[in-house]
Write a protein that binds this ligand. Structure first.
Ligand code: 13P
Ligand code: ZN
Length: 270
């Protein structure tokens, strides 16, 4: 059996969590990540017949029965994940139609999965229905996106258009746009269902006054989505109160769409 701490999925997860902390997106225990693993790949590192413990999840996700995830633990500080992955991360397998999870590795101090596990798993199910290669759900509290939700309309089309207008690259990176949820109680199935519903159409969902979710085929894609939206929000906050002498117009956004063959969210450009 190979050492799981050397598995590419593990080293990438640790590297991403460290980067998220270093970007100022994940103070204390804020943020969480889940990565859908390939079961045969897991079998190279773990005896998948050895279940350390089983716990209820509080939701169901029948389509993901038997699937394994590498996931951050609740209350775990992102600044520490790189130093103690075996306590701060876990490999879990969904069972009983998703109503329970089996711990295969990690959470060695008795810990458990993120309090946003429902959002993660329901979001994986939603993204997989849109893209069978989707693997990652990532949540962070990036300051500029968060700040923007206090001063900008939360209308999804308006919010997305403002971000697209802030850097030329934004529409290239997220032509599918950004979903926005009003403030809701976090750590619940309700916010999980609402997030998952928006993730069917877009790979980014902003939680007003809280943070953002990004989805991707790998950790780099999910990280890059959040990174780019956060840059757009940063530019917005730098210029929102200043007179505008220039703008990226809808005609220019259409030029980008055509040149790069993008599928821009229907009806979101004038
Ligand atoms: P967890 O520590 O349970 O992952 O919660 C952090 C968070 O960001 C909640 O939204
Ligand atoms: Zn959060």
């Amino acid at each position: 059996m190979k050492d799981i701490l050397t598995a590419p999925f593990m080293t990438e997860m640790i590297r991403t969590a460290a980067l998220m902390y270093d970007h100022g997106w994940d103070e204390r225990n804020s943020g969480n990540i889940s990565l859908l693993l390939d079961e045969t790949q897991v079998g190279e590192y773990l005896d998948t017949g050895r279940v350390l413990r089983t716990f209820p999840t509080g939701f169901t996700a029948p389509g993901l029965e038997g699937r394994c995830f590498l996931v951050t633990g609740t209350g775990k500080y992102f600044k520490n994940i790189r130093y103690r992955p075996e306590t701060d991360l876990g490999v879990v397998r969904l069972t009983r139609g998703g109503a329970a999870a089996e711990l295969l590795w990690g959470f060695s101090d008795g810990g458990t999965v993120t309090s946003e596990f429902a959002t993660h798993i329901l979001s994986h199910a939603a993204r997989l229905s849109a893209d069978p290669d989707s693997r990652v759900i990532l949540h962070a509290h990036p300051p500029n996106l968060l700040a923007m939700t206090f001063v900008h309309s939360l209308d999804e089309r308006e919010f997305t258009r403002t971000l697209w207008q802030m850097c030329t690259e934004c529409i290239m990176v997220f032509p599918d746009g950004v979903g926005v949820l009003p403030w809701m109680l976090c750590g619940t199935n309700e916010i999980g269902k609402a997030t998952a519903a928006r993730l069917r159409a877009a790979r980014l969902v902003v939680w007003a006054q809280h943070g953002v979710y990004g989805a991707g085929r790998d950790l780099d894609e999910a990280f890059g989505l959040v990174e780019t939206a956060e840059k757009g929000a940063e530019i917005y906050l730098k210029i929102a109160h200043l007179p505008r002498l220039a703008a990226i117009t809808d005609a220019q956004l259409r030029q980008i769409e055509k040149h790069y063959g993008l599928t821009v969210r229907e009806g979101w450009l004038d």
